[in-house]
Design a protein. Structure first.
Length: 457
């Protein structure tokens, strides 16, 4: 108790009065302390214990919003995020067509589910993602199979012929010598090297695409091109070539095709691969009238040029194209590019390239000597490959060689019809081959007739 409120100072008879006085003083002190707290914190309403100050509310809302933001993308609409959006594509578009799994709370677009839905399920129905759904596995597999069959039936059918055999085979290995975005020569590959098929050139990294004639990125430039003289405007002058961009062709059956074959059905655009090749020119990019590097053409980015003799759709040929296969002819630079109307009346993009390589060109005297020196005079073929006509000649030589060996005689002694080496059908002594059945029938008739005549005499 405080100084003036001590029970021992007064008599015991004043005890009740003192207790009332003490209680009143204590309540007064508590009330004063509460009033001081209200003065220090005017934003708190003592009646409802709520914050009423606007600035305080805005600060709290900002802190709460920051805590609710996605930690990965910070709720940026332009950034794909699988943490706060569709777990398959990461897209944040069409929120009204998104589903949330009732088990794991993951988000899916209607079209990103393995079995896409056409519309949202009813609100009272539970929906589970493919990982959490409780359907029987056999039911799931049957539904997925039906969906795949339906999807396959709706796909456009391709009736065109893209080639047979190794003409359209895919590569089985990837070169690790350089990266895919490497400009300039490939270490270890000599000028004049020839491959029988495109996929072989792709495997060594000299020209990665299996079909496209231009390899590059529109923001960086082109790394390599394949020149086959397949367009009407293509001109091959050896050290200089006039190259036509890609696109706008059809195969006659309504299917858009690449550079080789087909007729022009629409204008070409300076986009993607066409733009990539234009970026190699040492001049300001212009997608309207083109550009010309002039005397500074050597300062442009290098382009690896391969000439192809496998183009079946090419109507005219060049003196510098190989008879067969794809040949690496060195580094070229883009001097200029421009739009031009072709004979069909459609706009195509033309490029003028000039050779800029220290190694001699394969068609020159020095280049031929170089090819002979490095044994590059024959195309590199896949393992086990044999050209048409070469197989029959090789089989004939093998058969002739086989007849001089003892296995041929031993096979004939043992009565074997086919040689175990060359698989050539052997003639048994005194018996004609089975293939000549008519001649054998005639001889049998003659022998029987002569035998009957001898018996009569």
């Amino acid at each position: 108790l405080k100084d003036e409120h001590t029970l021992f100072t007064y008599g015991v008879r004043l005890n009740n009065v003192l207790q009332v006085s003490i209680r009143a003083n204590v309540e007064k002190e508590i009330l004063e302390s509460e009033e001081s707290v209200e003065t220090d914190n005017p934003s708190i309403n003592p009646a409802s214990n709520e914050i009423t100050d606007v600035a305080s509310l805005q600060l709290i809302e900002a802190i709460t919003a920051e805590e609710e933001k996605c930690k990965k993308c910070k709720d940026n609409v332009k950034v794909r995020c699988r943490l706060c959006s569709c777990v398959e594509c990461g897209g944040k578009d069409s929120p009204e067509k998104q589903l949330i799994c009732d088990e794991c709370n993951k988000i899916y677009h209607l079209w990103c589910i393995p079995i896409p839905l056409k519309e949202l399920p009813a609100e009272e129905d539970d929906w589970y993602c493919p990982v959490c759904k409780n359907e029987d596995q056999e039911t799931i597999e049957s539904k997925e199979e039906m969906h795949l069959q339906e999807k396959k039936s709706k796909q456009p059918k391709c009736s065109g012929k893209w080639g047979r055999g190794l003409s359209c085979v895919g590569r089985t290995k990837v070169s690790e010598t350089v990266t895919k975005d490497h400009f300039g020569p490939i270490p270890g590959i000599q000028v004049g090297t020839c491959w029988r098929f495109r996929f072989q050139a792709s495997e060594v990294g000299i020209h990665t695409p299996l079909v496209a004639g231009i390899h590059g990125k529109e923001k960086i430039g082109a790394y390599s091109i394949v020149f086959s003289c397949s367009y009407d405007g293509d001109i091959d002058l050896g050290h200089e070539i006039y190259y036509t961009g890609s696109g706008g062709k059809t195969d006659g059956e309504g299917q858009m095709r690449c550079r080789v074959g087909g007729r022009q059905v629409k204008d070409q655009e300076l986009k993607k691969c066409n733009k990539a090749l234009a970026m190699n020119c040492h001049a300001a990019f212009n997608d309207q009238i083109g550009a010309n590097a002039g005397k500074d053409w050597r300062l442009g980015k290098p382009v690896r040029v391969l000439r192809s003799g496998n183009a079946r759709g090419s109507k005219k040929r060049s003196l510098y194209l190989p008879k067969t296969g794809v040949r690496y002819d060195g580094i070229y630079k883009v001097v200029k590019y421009w739009p031009e109307k072709n004979a069909s009346g459609f706009i195509v993009w033309r490029y003028f390239l000039r050779r800029d390589d220290k190694s001699a060109a394969p068609w020159t005297k020095e280049g031929k000597a170089r090819i002979k020196k490095f044994a590059l005079n024959r195309c590199i073929v896949p393992e086990g490959w044999m050209e048409k006509g070469e197989s029959s000649l090789k089989r004939k030589l093998q058969s002739d060689n086989c007849e001089s060996r003892c296995c041929f005689d031993e096979s004939r002694k043992q009565g074997i019809d086919v040689c175990p080496i060359c698989r050539k059908k052997l003639k048994k002594k005194g018996i004609l081959p089975k293939a000549n059945a008519n001649l054998r029938h005639i001889l049998d008739v003659i022998i029987n007739t002569s035998t009957a005549a001898v018996g009569v005499h």
